[in-house]
Design a protein around this ligand. Structure first.
Ligand code: GDD
Ligand code: MN
Length: 379
């Protein structure tokens, strides 16, 4: 649905899909924000079109009358306002923003919330900073001098936000090096620096997704005060913490090599259930050899469940659960059977010493198991 402005004397920022230099498309995801969108448009009108040409694109997943309120409020706006209403919302807040990025045609795109926690008055400053510093991405940050997380209700949310920031920056030191607040949902990005097709947002953290996958060349920052919500309540986001962790793992393991390293690390954690089961089974009087074999299965099961959730979440649809589990267990046990003949081969034929031969055999079976998991379980 596109709502044309009544103030037709104002030029639209976009002509025939060619971005006008310096123009901005403001992308606003909305979920039941009917009490906020009118005030948001009023404040955008007060601070943006006087300084640069703009349009506003709402990506709406509401179940209330938000689109109708936007349509009504847009009549007073001297710039184009459009609403992309999604009947089958995909990817929540992150998916909505990606949809908006695809629809935006101006040279600059500003992503912001509808609830006025992000001050619209800052929109022209973000773009001006990007132009002045020749940056591709300008982040409105809450941790810079002059900024604050004032609107984060409750001390625990500030602590969680800090912890999440540290974790993300630790995992992506280069991509997030110049970004003090990668959890911010308020930023400006040059359209040319965004490859919307490459984005697979999983959690709400769309800036994190964009910074890691699109790697904008130059990043600038502007401080801002994260205000209290204007009206209504934040969208309930059950499971967002876990989704955020999965998002980090998915971003971190995008390359095959990184995925192999993660596969190995997950494999190492399998020692814990393996040894615990061994302890219990031998304690119950079982002979150590069958106990070893059984205990190994608990490590295999543990590893399987972890890689299912963390590494191959997107590739589970090719086979049924039992099929995947069976194949994975087969590979993991073949690993054990293969190792001894491999060591014998390395020692007997290649004349290697026992220790390096064992290490090489371990490495070989590991790589085979990883390749096998990729090709035989999840393909
Ligand atoms: N289209 C769409 N679909 N919009 C959504 C959805 C959804 O499923 N869920 C939330 N939104 C919209 C809301 O209407 C609002 O405009 C914006 O996304 C932010 O949602 P809030 O519910 O207000 O989230 P918040 O205040 O907890 O989170 C904000 O602050 C975080 C930093 O603390 C967001 O800006 C996050 O991106 C940011 O990381
Ligand atoms: Mn909010």
């Amino acid at each position: 649905m596109t709502i044309q402005p009544t103030g037709a004397e104002h030029p639209a920022p976009v002509t025939d899909g060619v971005p006008e230099p310096g123009a901005v498309t403001v992308v606003v995801p909305t979920f039941n924000e009917s009490a906020n969108v009118r005030e948001l448009l009023r404040r955008i009108t007060a601070s943006v079109p006087g300084r640069l040409p703009c349009e506003v694109v709402f990506v709406d997943d509401s179940t209330d009358d938000t689109p109708a309120v936007i349509a009504d409020a847009a009549r007073d706006c001297p710039f184009p306002v459009s609403v992309i209403h999604r009947d089958a919302p995909d990817g929540g807040l992150g998916g909505a923003v990606v949809e908006g990025l695809k629809a935006a045609a101006s040279e600059w795109i500003v992503v912001m919330d509808a609830d006025l926690q992000h001050p619209p008055a800052l929109v022209p400053d973000l773009v001006a900073t990007g132009e002045k510093e020749d940056a591709d991405l300008v982040v409105a940050g809450r941790c810079l001098p002059g900024g604050s997380r004032a609107g984060l209700a409750g001390g625990h949310r500030v602590a969680v936000s800090r912890g999440a920031t540290r974790l993300a920056k630790g995992l992506f030191p280069r991509a997030l090096g110049g970004i003090s607040d990668p959890m911010s949902g308020f930023f400006a990005v040059r359209r040319g620096a965004v490859t919307a097709e490459a984005l697979r947002p999983l959690s709400h953290k769309i800036l994190l997704e964009l910074a890691v996958r699109c790697r904008p060349a130059r990043v600038a920052e502007v401080p801002f005060v994260f205000e209290e919500r204007h009206a209504g309540e934040a969208t309930p986001n059950a499971g967002e913490g876990l989704r955020f962790l999965r998002h980090l793992v998915e971003l971190r393991t995008a390359s095959p090599f990184a995925r192999m390293v993660a596969f190995g690390l997950i494999g190492l954690t399998g020692f814990v259930p393996n040894l615990a089961a061994l302890y219990l089974l031998t304690g119950a009087g079982l002979h150590y050899l069958p106990a070893e074999i059984l205990a190994n299965q608990s490590g295999v099961a543990w590893n399987f469940l972890l890689i299912e959730v963390l590494l191959f979440r997107d590739r589970r649809h090719h086979r049924h659960f039992a099929d995947r589990a069976g194949r994975f267990a087969l590979l993991a046990n073949a690993d054990l059977v293969l190792r001894i003949p491999l060591i014998a081969l390395f020692v007997g034929e290649l004349h290697m010493a026992v220790l390096p031969a064992t290490a090489l055999a371990l490495l070989t079976t590991f790589v085979l198991r990883f390749a096998g998991t990729e090709a035989l379980v999840y393909l």
